[in-house]
Design a protein around this ligand. Structure first.
Ligand SMILES: Cc1cc2nc3c(=O)[nH]c(=O)nc-3n(C[C@H](O)[C@H](O)[C@H](O)COP(=O)(O)OP(=O)(O)OC[C@H]3O[C@@H](n4cnc5c(N)ncnc54)[C@H](O)[C@@H]3O)c2cc1C
Length: 377
């Protein structure tokens, strides 16, 4: 029976491991961290609150195949994520921008969606050449709202000006002309795994042909013991930075314990100012996250930084409008195609920002294709 090595116990590795084990292969999964789940790992804090160690992970998708696959391993609790932005010190307004945000922020009295549309059309730039994130925002919400809600936030999040960023980074943001304040209004499915993400990963790995080893760093010397390797480690690290390093933004998570009487009633509060922090998360307000009472809860505040200032923790690939880092990635990707017994997978293996549903979908498709090709040989 053929043996497979999977590097990384995040969603990419977990989906490949399960699919290949079901296809009859013997699979070993290794992860350099002390836990499974990759960046989706969660745990129960002593205050009785479930905390996502690497920032809030909200599952949302319109891909029913992904939901059906995950639902073999978890049930779900309904949850529609909502975010507010803190402006002028302590005023809270809905984010993404909707009718209420405009009225509160700008002192307007827009009563209908048509009035909001008309307002945004009037303040938006008429230049239809979109070559970066700033152009896209100017063309959709105008300069004033861009400077208030996006410019300082983008600077601290990415350490780049909006004009240097790829438009795709801001195109993900919904601008609402009604009062809908859901963060992911376009997705047909939103929910949280009922027992948390770590439990979901445990269930995915529960298979007689899967062996998971944590605290194990990948080493090229392991490869002769396996017939094939699916690798979700950073591709530039594998090739010893031969073409230069691929930059990432990272986040320092500052966790504080707060008396429940002093806790916020929101889940996420964004800071749009030019200070160092981007948002705070109050975990106990997410369904199934306040597991027992201690009188205290946890709040996590996020501070973006370069990954080299945070123990090489790589979170967000940097996407500039001139695609300079994607071009470097392409050099690594071409070189990887010469490897006969290895494929790079996942966020750092393919240097893309991927939401959970996207990485799961890509991995389901990739694993099925690989299994089919093997059967044909
Ligand atoms: C702060 C933050 C918030 C996010 N919020 C959301 C959200 O709300 N909704 C959403 O859908 N998605 C969200 N995501 C994206 C989500 O985390 C990813 O889609 C998902 O984690 C990608 O899975 P992966 O397996 O590709 O990578 P990862 O989860 O990063 O897993 C890769 C694993 O490989 C291991 N590894 C790396 N190098 C080695 C090595 N040399 N040897 C052994 N092991 C190694 C790592 O330790 C890691 O555990 C968020 C991401 C971040 C960073």
């Amino acid at each position: 029976m053929q043996k497979i090595l999977v590097v990384g116990a995040g969603f990419a590795g977990a989906v490949y491991a399960r699919m290949l084990a079901e296809g009859g292969y013997i699979v070993t999964v290794i992860d350099r961290r002390s836990h499974i789940g990759g960046n989706c790992f969660d745990y129960i804090h002593e205050s009785g609150v479930r905390v996502h160690k690497y920032g809030p992970h909200l599952f949302h998708t319109s891909n029913h195949r992904v939901v059906a696959w995950l639902s073999q391993f978890t049930s779900w609790v309904d949850y529609n994520h909502r975010v507010v932005a803190k402006i002028d010190g302590d005023r809270l307004v809905p984010l993404p921008i909707n009718r209420k945000t405009l009225n509160i922020t700008l002192g307007l009295d827009l009563k209908t969606s048509e009035q909001v549309e008309e307002y945004l059309t009037n303040v938006s730039s008429k230049d239809d050449v979109i070559s970066n994130a700033e152009d896209w925002l100017f063309a959709n919400i105008g300069k004033k709202l861009t400077d208030l809600y996006f410019r300082p936030y983008t600077k601290k999040m990415w350490n780049l000006d909006l004009s240097d960023m790829d438009a795709s980074v801001v195109k993900r943001i919904n601008i609402r002309v009604d009062d809908d304040d859901r963060y992911f209004p376009l997705d047909t499915f939103q929910g949280m795994p009922a027992e948390g993400y770590t439990n979901l990963f445990e269930k995915i790995f529960e298979h007689e042909r899967i062996n998971v080893l944590t605290n194990i760093e990948f080493d090229k010397k392991m490869l002769p013991d396996y017939d094939f390797c699916f690798n979700s480690m950073p591709i530039d690290v594998f090739f010893d930075y031969e073409f230069g390093d691929l930059p990432y933004r990272s986040i320092k998570f500052h966790t504080k314990i707060v008396r429940i009487a002093d806790a916020a009633s929101e889940v996420t509060i964004n800071y749009t100012d030019s200070g160092p922090y981007t948002r705070e998360t109050w975990w106990h307000n997410i369904p199934n996250h306040h597991l027992f009472e201690t009188g205290e809860v946890v709040c996590t505040v996020e501070e973006p930084c370069d990954y080299k200032e945070n123990y090489m923790e790589r979170y967000y690939p940097v996407k500039t409008h001139d695609r300079r880092y994607e071009n470097v990635y392409q050099l690594y990707s071409n070189k990887a195609k010469e490897l006969r017994n290895m494929q790079f997978i996942g966020r750092c293996g393919t240097y893309q920002y991927l939401d959970m549903h996207q990485v799961i979908n890509q991995s389901l498709i990739g694993a099925a294709k690989w299994l089919t090709e093997r059967q044909c040989k």
